[in-house]
Ligand binder design. Structure first.
Ligand code: PEP
Ligand code: MN
Length: 346
């Protein structure tokens, strides 16, 4: 952190700043420029120190030189994080994976049919919501525990790792027991207690970006999980809210390329929520892979017109098959072929 003093600041004001810095057990080193004085703060700074120093008399501005998130940053870890899942599936090793399945698990038949079809098309991970966060309290909120059991059964029948949303602290144990990856939804990205609890389970966690979250806020949320000693964090860009209403959200592919540079964590792109329209999912999925995503999350439903949630953005199995073929061809063309199919359990 660097404290830039005002041009008209006095010696005493500079000395007071250094005294305050030292009172926190840090060191303040004065650098005299042509016109003004700057003070470098040396040692482990804490986030609130910036505000403390910024309000002192004679201080012009306080600048950060390192990032506020640490464990998520490439400053502390250069190599990519690779998250290992059952059936030999890994996320983050340079070979993209595809997570697919219904927005919500509606019945055993619907889930098994979808699982069979996405597996056949080459998906690596089965998704399905059991506890659904819905804008309206009158909408379908998922089948809860019953759905978790269906998901676990479908995962073992079709030999696919499974992912489902952990909506509340209330469900930590039951979701951890039934799922290979805990999904934290966009609406809970800053539910810090839930993030810590998810971190404590030791299960891989996929953290979706909040509806209006900055990249820094997103990475700080990942930090909450990482500080629990859980290194298996996956980030998911699912679109953010903008002035645009023609699409459900604006899929922020800048964020994907930037986060890959800032962080060692794997990044997954969700073009289903990112666009809200099934016919935009395939082009934005391949775009996501092209900018460096480590995976895709795609909503698939055997009969999207009758889906109980997110039908408009769900692909039919046929359309999903086309997406997989295109993603696979693109992956080969850019030297990042899709991951191998999941291995059958021994
Ligand atoms: C979902 O994956 O179905 C979901 C609710 O996603 P998000 O949290 O990104 O809205
Ligand atoms: Mn959905």
């Amino acid at each position: 952190m660097i404290v830039v003093m005002r041009i008209d600041s006095s010696e005493e004001q500079g000395a007071a700043v250094i005294e305050r810095i030292e009172s926190f057990g840090l060191r303040g080193e004065v650098i005299h420029g042509e016109q003004r004085k700057v003070i470098a703060v040396l040692g482990q700074v804490f986030p609130d120190l910036r505000d403390e120093l910024a309000t002192m008399v004679g201080v012009d501005q306080v600048l950060r030189v390192s990032r506020p998130y640490k464990l998520a940053s490439r400053e502390v870890r250069e190599g990519d994080t690779v998250v290992d899942l059952p059936y030999g599936v890994s996320i983050g090793n340079g070979r993209p994976v595809v997570m697919a399945g219904p927005c919500a698990i509606e019945s055993e038949e619907q889930l098994r049919e979808t699982a069979a079809q996405v597996k056949q098309a080459g998906a690596h991970i089965l998704r399905g919501g059991a506890f659904k966060p819905r804008t309206s309290p009158y909408s379908f909120h998922g089948l809860g525990l019953e759905a978790l059991e269906m998901l676990q059964r479908a995962g073992s029948e079709y030999q696919l790792p499974v992912i489902t949303e952990l909506l509340s602290e209330r469900d930590v144990d039951v979701v951890t027991e039934h799922s290979d990856v805990l999904q934290i939804g966009a609406r809970n990205m800053q539910n810090f207690v839930l993030l810590s609890e998810a971190g404590k389970t030791g299960k891989p966690v996929m953290l979706k970006r909040g509806l209006s979250a900055t990249i820094e806020e997103w990475l700080l949320s990942a930090e909450y999980i990482l500080t629990q000693g859980n290194r298996d964090v996956i980030l998911c860009e699912r679109g953010v809210r903008t002035f645009e209403t023609a699409t459900r959200n604006t899929l922020d592919l800048n964020a994907v390329a930037l986060v890959k540079r800032l962080s060692h964590l794997p990044v997954v792109v969700d073009p289903s929520h990112g666009t809200g329209h099934w016919y935009l999912v395939r082009p934005m999925a391949t775009a996501g892979l092209a900018v460096g995503a480590d995976g895709l999350m795609i909503e698939v439903h055997p009969d999207p017109d009758r889906a109980l949630s997110d039908g408009a953005q769900s692909l039919t199995p046929e359309h999903f098959d086309e997406l997989m073929q295109e993603a696979s061809a693109l992956g080969r063309a850019i030297g990042r072929p899709l991951a191998e199919r999941p291995r059958a359990a021994a």
